[in-house]
Design a protein around this ligand. Structure first.
Ligand SMILES: [Zn+2]
Length: 210
């Protein structure tokens, strides 16, 4: 019960985000996982296997930045993808919340993208992403091949970050999106903006435009 008492406010932010994300249809069938930074060396993450639209106070664990559980309810374990959340917290101390979703648009677009980057330009909605003041910029999201080896994927993320720090989110091919922000509010805005942009890009491709 320790998690409930100490981190109830943090858990509530994730529960509310989960309800909203579920309403959008971006996390079907227990997919996805969410987290919020607690301090410099730990985060609150959703447990594996629970439906993200119906989270309760029992569905959380505290983990260190290696993704290892520190506190949590008996029988609950962090999802394998926790390591990507905690690696993001380790790579950038300004990141305060991470939302990983499995939407149709991010799943399809990431499969269609054959390069290591997914690029967008010309959309007013790009301004929903922090640091963008105009539709004129080209925004780039890293695309990683999907794998069940999270250590390998986390190391690829670190390598790509060292080359060029990533912003707002990244895609995993045939899998989904990781979006983040300095707090839950910004992470939600980035997720919503990116999903809108993905929907536009998918519609453009459907129409044979790019
Ligand atoms: Zn996933």
């Amino acid at each position: 019960m320790v998690v409930i008492v100490r981190f109830k406010v943090h858990a509530q932010q994730i529960i509310e985000a989960g309800r909203w994300i579920d309403q959008q249809g971006w996390c079907p069938a227990t997919g996805g996982n969410f987290s919020i930074r607690l301090d410099a060396s730990s985060a609150l993450v959703t447990a594996s296997g629970c439906h993200k639209g119906h989270l309760t106070d029992d569905d959380f664990l505290v983990v260190n930045l290696d993704g290892e559980p520190l506190e949590g309810h008996a029988g609950r374990k962090p999802s394998a993808e926790t390591l990507l959340h905690t690696r993001l917290y380790a790579l950038d101390t300004r990141i305060g919340a991470v939302l990983h979703t499995h939407s149709v648009a991010s799943t399809v677009l990431s499969r269609l993208e054959s390069s290591d980057w997914f690029e967008l330009s010309g959309y007013e909605m790009q301004k929903s992403l922090s640091g963008n003041a105009t539709h004129d910029e080209t925004i780039r999201l890293a695309v990683f091949d999907n794998t069940q080896d999270m250590t390998s994927l986390a190391d690829q993320l670190s390598a790509r970050w060292t080359d060029q720090p990533l912003q707002w989110g990244f895609l995993v091919s045939g899998h989904g999106l990781y979006a983040w922000g300095r707090d839950m509010q910004e992470a939600r805005r980035h997720l919503e903006g990116l999903e809108f942009l993905f929907a536009c890009a998918l519609e453009m491709r459907r129409l044979g435009a790019n």
